[in-house]
Ligand binder design. Structure first.
Ligand SMILES: O=C(O)CCC(=O)N[C@@H](C(=O)O)c1ccccc1
Length: 422
């Protein structure tokens, strides 16, 4: 198929309760949706960037403008959707009005791994079956960074291509299960009682793992109280979102007393050395999130001993296809992975659930039910299963993401007119 149009939809989706982390507090989820229209069908992708550049340097406004000014034009103009036979990126002309002449980006050897995926035939081995989506990363490689923006475009193209092929993401990715175990992320609460009430509610709903946000001054006490509430055997982990420093290593090591599954990203994204020091100082496995941007950074962190477990977030890695490669690289090294969340609506949630069904995803992810965040979801809501499927979500098996975007809500919650790029 040939890409004909990209639409950017910006909307605000109300949250059922404020969500607080070590870097901020949100009461609405500002969302950037990408709608890709080809000559054979259409698809949707969700950008995981937040309203503000606090979790990462990307943010909704920045992603929308880099897509409009650089990424969408490059995709729409890439001759054979950006890939020549010899794997070189073809030159793309950006006739950006703000430049006198178009910027001609020369052919360059791309760092983007081969679209055909590793010979090992891992999950990424299926990338060859979606040539249009597989060409996106290479076509966009001329822009540095902006992985969340790129990931949203790739996801929309992938959804469109799979719907045309009448294949689900789960089937394309190589899913091995029809239900995935769900964990839930619990924000920083105003009081300990409110925290314990919220956690109790999630336990009643059946969630199989609790993840607590921590930060200096809100760590040992709340973790101890929740461990007390849950009992010894429940799955419990913490996420610090880079809020600590090397001076806190003894304090973080004392979390060993609580039998946690992992300690997630206690230090700065670029600081692998201090994560190595913590890993050497404590029993609890270290898990990286913000630091893992692609296969290269994943392998580097693992080989340095900076991470025992990896939180795979497709949006942070530039898309689901790179996430498949990270899954394979971790699996080859016996590193467990789980699917992180970025308060996605059903659009991103559906694709995350499909990803979480891969064999290397052996820990419950942040793939919670829609009702954890939204009273109304942009798609059919994700609802936790009952009985033997308590605390699980069913993997969509319809084409593409398998869910349908409720266009009336996209219009109702829009904060601006859609931007249409052809
Ligand atoms: O369940 C979810 O979707 C959110 C899980 C979660 O805690 N995400 C955190 C994180 O640091 O991983 C986050 C929230 C908001 C923005 C960025 C990151």
């Amino acid at each position: 198929p040939t890409l004909e149009r990209i639409e950017l939809h910006r909307l605000e989706v109300p949250l059922v309760r404020p969500f607080e982390t070590s870097f901020g507090r949100e009461t609405v989820r500002e969302v950037l949706l990408v709608h890709a229209v080809t000559d054979a069908g259409e698809g949707w992708g969700e950008c995981v960037a937040g309203r503000d550049p606090f979790y990462s340097s990307e943010y909704v406004g920045g992603a929308a403008s880099v897509i409009e000014q650089y990424l969408a034009p490059a995709l729409l103009r890439s001759p054979v959707q950006g890939v020549e036979d010899d794997g070189h990126m073809s030159g793309v002309l950006i006739d950006d009005p703000s430049h006198e002449a178009g910027i001609w980006v020369d052919d360059r050897e791309q760092q983007v791994p081969d679209a055909s995926g590793p010979a090992s035939g891992g999950a990424a081995g299926s990338i060859g079956s979606v040539p249009l989506a597989a060409s996106v990363a290479r076509t966009l490689a001329f822009v540095a960074g902006h992985r969340m923006a790129k990931g949203a475009l790739e996801a929309a193209v992938l959804d469109a291509e799979l719907r045309t092929q009448r294949r689900s993401m789960a089937e394309c990715f190589g899913a091995v299960r029809e239900w995935v175990d769900c964990g839930v992320s619990v924000g920083i609460a105003p009081t300990l009682d409110e925290l314990l009430d919220e956690v109790s509610g999630y336990v009643e709903q059946g969630y199989r793992r609790i993840k607590l946000k921590i930060k200096p001054g809100w760590d040992l006490i709340p973790v101890g109280a929740v461990r007390e509430l849950l009992g010894r055997d429940a799955m419990l982990q913490v996420d610090a979102n880079t809020a600590y420093t090397a001076a806190d290593i003894p304090l973080l090591a004392s979390l060993d007393a609580f039998g946690l599954l992992l300690i997630e990203q206690p230090f700065a994204e670029e600081d692998l050395a201090t994560h190595v020091r913590l890993a050497e100082a404590c029993e609890t496995p270290v898990c990286l999130d913000e630091s893992i941007l692609d296969v290269a950074t994943a392998v580097d962190a693992i080989e340095r001993g900076a991470t025992d477990i990896v939180n795979i977030k497709p949006g942070r890695m530039g898309g689901y296809l790179e996430a498949l490669r990270v899954h394979d690289a971790c699996r080859t090294r016996d590193v467990p992975v789980w699917c992180g969340g970025m308060l996605e609506t059903g659009v991103g949630r559906a694709a995350n659930v499909a990803l979480a069904a891969l064999p290397g995803f052996t820990l419950p992810g942040d793939t919670s039910a829609s009702s954890r965040y939204f009273a109304d979801d942009l798609t059919e809501p994700f609802v936790l299963g009952e009985g033997e499927h308590r605390g699980q979500l069913r993997v969509p098996d319809a084409p593409g993401t398998g869910v349908t975007v409720r266009r009336e809500l996209v219009r109702a919650w829009a904060t601006a007119e859609p931007v249409v790029i052809t």
